[in-house]
Write a protein that binds this ligand. Structure first.
Ligand code: G1P
Length: 297
């Protein structure tokens, strides 16, 4: 039985790096092969036993929640055509999770977005998934993070080694070894975190990737966390305040699997190509075409 039943998915950002593609549609609805990126994120939570997903949305983002409703007309049309395969895919999204929505109101930063989840979450540990990061379903990380939080308490972040020159795109963490009873999981104690440091100021090349299992103690800290980098209320700063408090430990699970970034157009393209090449129906034909295409360039 999982100890974590709720996930919080902040999607209210303005997606400035994607304009004008996302001027009128939410970035979370951009297709990654044949499903919008939000579907991958909610499916990842469902695979980890999390059946309650709270979307933190902003203006004009109703389509994200609509995606998880049943669509009787569409389902009937597919049934009439005898397209059982697509019908099954459409219906599968209806049952992935119970979807809830809270409005962020003002885009004051990731920490502020997470704080808007406080009433819904209550006094239990919960997951946070950032929609820009997709985790390959073959390399899941949430179950290990949930197990680490259950054993160690406090909060757990996901870490991944990146090239030193990339660290300024991420939160960065200083870590120490820690013993756990978790098999095959690389868990560390996090002693310090900083949001998007210059490479020369980074405590390590361990980047915080967009998965968290947070103790409810984060909410009180977020209420008093001042705006930080970019004049936004940063989740990283609140976690650093918790780690420094000595009463709420922060641990990290080091991820070595496949992670895809959909946060900017170039990485998004790489994500679509990678997942397209692996796609069970399209992959073989796509990869054959891609090989020819590259050979001809
Ligand atoms: C956010 C977090 C950052 C984290 C990153 C992972 O930044 O603030 O700590 O490393 O997600 O993708 P963003 O990329 O939303 O600016």
């Amino acid at each position: 039985m999982t100890t974590v039943t709720k996930t919080v998915i902040p999607v209210a950002g303005l997606a400035t790096r994607f304009q004008p593609a996302t001027k009128a549609i939410p970035k979370a609805m951009l297709p990654v092969v044949d499903a919008p990126s939000i579907e991958y994120v909610v499916a990842e939570a469902a695979a980890a036993g999390i059946s309650d997903a709270l979307l933190i949305t902003g203006r004009g983002q109703g389509a994200i929640a609509d995606h998880f409703d049943s669509a009787p007309e569409l389902e009937q049309a597919l049934a009439d055509k005898g397209d059982e395969e697509r019908l099954a895919k459409v219906q599968a999204t209806n049952d992935l999770a119970r979807i809830h929505v809270v409005r962020q109101g003002e885009a004051l930063g990731l920490g502020h977005a997470v704080l808007t989840a406080a009433d819904h979450v209550g006094e239990v540990p919960f997951a946070v998934q950032l929609g820009d990061d997709l985790i390959d379903p073959r390399d899941e990380i949430l179950p290990a993070m949930i197990a680490a939080q259950a054993e160690l308490g406090g909060s757990v972040i996901a870490l991944m080694e990146v090239a030193p020159e990339q660290i300024s795109l991420y939160g960065s963490a200083a870590v120490e070894p820690v013993q756990t009873h978790l098999p095959d999981t690389d868990v560390v104690r996090v002693s310090y975190m900083v949001e998007k440091p210059a490479p020369e100021d980074a405590p390590s090349n361990l980047a915080m990737i967009g998965r968290y299992v947070l103790g409810p103690g984060i909410f009180d800290v977020l209420r008093t966390t001042a705006p930080g980098r970019g004049n936004e209320i940063q989740l990283t700063d609140a976690l650093q305040n918790l780690a420094a408090s000595g009463t709420h430990p922060v641990h990290g699970v080091v991820f070595r699997g496949r992670r895809y970034d959909t946060g900017n157009p170039l990485d998004y393209l790489k994500t679509v190509v990678s997942l397209g090449a692996d796609h069970p129906d399209l992959g073989e034909d796509f990869l054959a075409w891609l090989r020819d295409y590259v050979a001809g360039r």
